[in-house]
Every structure is written in C-alpha cells, then in structure tokens.
Design a protein around this ligand. Structure first.
Ligand SMILES: Cc1ncc(COP(=O)(O)O)c(C=O)c1O
Length: 409
C-alpha cells in the first residue's frame, strides 16, 4: 500500500506542485469539492479588485476604455484553448442551463424534419428540465426521450434530431467517449450537444477533433471562477451564421449601439450573447484562467488519474467492503472525481467536513470527492482517507447533528 512518505515523495517530484500557491486555501484544509465550487485564485481576486477600480474610476467610460464589451469573446477565446476550440468559437455568457436552452432550441430549428431529442435518463436534473421544456417549445411536435445512455446506438433512429449528453456523469464521474459518441450520432444524421460541466479544466477536450456541433459548460467548478460564475458556449464555426440564437438581445446584434428596430445577428459566436456581460464575474474567470497558463491538460490529466487511482487504492485497502466505488476503474472512462456509495453517505460527508476534509453528498447515497490537480497534493489524498477511516471507526457519521440535511449538500 502507498505510504504517507511515498505521497510526500510524489509531491516533491510533481511538475504541478507550484500551482497550489495560486490558490487561496486555508492551512490544513483538504478541499475535495472543486467539482462543485472551485476555490478562489489569487489572480482572480486581483482581477476582480482591478475591475472594481475600473468601475469606480472609469465609470461608464470603462465599457470602452477597459474593454468591458469584448469580455465575453476575449475570455471565451482564452477558454477555447482548454476545450480544443478555435478562436471565435466560444463565448462566455449566461449560466449553463440557459445556454443549453439556447442551443437546444437553436439546434432543433436546423433539423425540422426530425422530431426526437435523446438524452440520458441519469443526466443532471437541470438538463432534463430544460430539454423537456425546449422540446415543447420547438414550434412543432418534438419528444424528449430519456434513455439509458448505454443503449444510445439502438435508439439512434432517423427521427432523432439532436442528442444531448453530459460528458462526465455528475454522480459517478463516468466519462463518455466524446469523439466516438459524436461520430455515431452524426452517422445517424443527428446533431450533438455536449454538457461539459464536469469536464472543462478537469480532462483534456478536443471539440475540433471530435467534430462536436455544440457544447456548453460552467466555469465555477474546475475553472474556479466563483459561485454562480457565467457559463460558456461553443458553436462550431461551420454552424455560425446558420444556427440562430432563440433568445436574441441587443448585445447579439451586429450593431447594438445603432439601436435599430430590426434584429440582425452579429457575426460569429457573439450572436449567442443576449444581454449586457457580467463584467465583474467574467473578469473573475479571466483571472482564474491564469492558473492554467503554462500547464498542459495532459499534465493535469496525468496527475488527476494518479490522484484518483491513489484514493481508490487507499479506500479499498483501509476500508475493505465499506463502500461501493461507483466510479469506473478504466482510465478512459474516469474523469476527475471518485464517488463512493454508502447508506450513510450524508453523515459521512458531514463528519469529514467537520474534520476539514470537504467533499459533498449527492442524493440518494453518494459521497462525491473531486480531485483538482492544480492545488491538491498526494499527501492530501492520503490524509483524507485517514480521516475517512477515523470517521467510520469512531462512527462520527452517526452524530445526531447530521440527521437533518442542509439545503446545499
Ligand atoms: C452536469 C450539469 N449540468 C448543468 C448544471 C447547471 O448549471 P447552472 O446552475 O450553471 O445552470 C450543473 C450544475 O452543477 C451540472 O453539474
């Protein structure tokens, strides 16, 4: 079994070890919830303060002088490199569910002769709600079919207009085959929309090589942009000018300050912007992206797999039979989190938090642990498992204080 000394050695030779200093993390805290809300980066903090200063001093003039209006595409272009997109294919705006709504309705208009949207029955609930609602509003009868994703191949009939899947399962951490699934969907004549909530900044993505049509993601998880930070949307360049934003607003207009009566979409992905950009929040993301500068996603991936391998190894060695590991073992199917199933999952997560090890609980019975390679150390993984052993051995999870769930779990 890997020892604590082995972990210290791994940390000493870790090419990403200096990145931890970019983050604001309390001493002693082991943060395994970056798959829900990433921690603040120093750079993001500075960028927000600088933006407040632009507001204080420059007032309305900062829309021009500080380049505020271009923030959605400028920061979108930075983010594009993390998903394998070209400049001009990504824009930062809205939040993920809203972006999915725009892409769902926009994409459905592109295939008027088809009438089915396929999605995964285990998809994130917000994705299911919005897909169902948009199917109802498609302007023609469209049915949403929620399927077992393993049966996708059989479900791909000539009625299918669009397939919407989340690349990494929010509960289990299972990662789907981006290029393989997209290719099968295209072979059936349908369009592909991916949700990258648990992928961006966690695993290497190449939307260009995978020939993805549309994608959207959030920025508050592995990208560390802050609570409720804006999302991002990807529209492949060949669809730009073809797909329409179903929620047009003045800032997606070709000439917003001409105040024209009729809508004419701006060129490129800017057409998917509806409203004024949330400049402070977008600049928080801009700062947070500094942590990825000079780092390749292959380096991030190598360390992520080493961390999740280590966690699984230690949990199984130290707590045999206590948990079912519901995250796939195969590297190709595992993203950057490990999910453990237990009847006492909520209490276990809360007892760990009381010990300074922060993970989260996902109903009905999952303890979820995210492993963000930019700030986590191997020794953190070792210590987290030791805390977990102590919680179980001392039955701390059975404390009455954990009998009632907090609103956010
Ligand atoms: C897979 C997935 N899709 C969608 C969402 C919803 O994101 P938002 O609250 O930004 O709309 C989340 C939020 O965690 C998510 O995990």
């Amino acid at each position: 079994m890997t020892t604590r000394d082995d972990c210290r050695e791994l940390d000493r030779s870790d090419p990403l070890r200096a990145r931890r200093d970019d983050f604001v993390l309390a001493p002693g805290l082991i943060y395994l919830d970056g798959n829900s809300l990433g921690p603040l980066t120093r750079s993001s903090h500075e960028r927000v303060v600088a933006t407040l200063d632009e507001w204080a001093k420059g007032l309305v003039g900062s829309w021009n002088a500080a380049g505020w209006m271009a923030a959605p595409t400028r920061v979108g272009n930075r983010l594009a490199t993390l998903i394998g997109a070209a400049p001009g294919e990504v824009v930062v705006a809205d939040t993920l569910t809203v972006l999915l709504a725009k892409l769902l309705l926009g994409a459905l208009d592109l295939v008027p002769e088809r009438s089915v949207v396929l999605t995964d029955a285990a998809n994130f609930h917000s994705d299911l709600y919005v897909a169902e609602a948009m199917a109802r509003r498609a302007g023609r009868p469209v049915t949403l079919r929620s399927i077992d994703r393993d049966t996708l191949e059989d479900e791909l009939s000539e009625d299918v207009a669009l397939v919407m899947l989340t690349h990494v399962d929010f509960r289990t951490g299972e990662m789907l085959d981006l290029a393989g699934v997209t290719e099968r969907v295209h072979a059936a004549g349908a369009l592909m929309l991916w949700d990258f909530a648990h992928s961006t900044g966690a695993v290497p993505l190449d939307v260009t090589a995978a020939n993805v049509d549309f994608a959207a993601g959030c920025t508050y998880k592995y990208l560390n942009a802050g609570p409720g930070a804006p999302g991002f949307l990807y529209v492949r360049s060949s669809w730009q000018g073809v797909i329409e934003n179903p929620l047009p607003g003045w800032l997606g207009h070709a000439r917003p300050f001409d105040f024209e009566r009729d809508y004419e979409p701006a060129a490129g992905v800017q057409a998917f912007v509806t409203s004024s950009p949330s400049v402070i929040a977008i600049n928080a993301l801009d700062g947070a992206l500094d942590a990825f500068e000079g780092v390749t996603m292959d380096e991030v991936r190598a360390k992520s797999l080493a961390l999740t391998d280590l966690f699984i190894e230690l949990v199984e060695a130290r707590l045999p039979g206590v948990f079912a590991v519901i995250t796939p073992r195969e590297h190709a199917r595992r993203a950057s989190q490990v999910a453990l199933r237990s009847d006492h999952a909520y209490g276990i997560v809360q007892a760990l938090i009381a010990r300074g090890v922060v993970g989260d609980f996902r109903a009905p019975d999952v303890c979820r642990f995210g492993f963000a390679p930019l700030y986590l150390r191997y020794v953190d993984v070792y210590d987290a498992v030791e805390h977990l052993v102590a919680v179980i051995e001392r039955e701390e999870h059975l404390d009455d204080a954990y009998a009632t769930r907090n609103p956010v779990t």
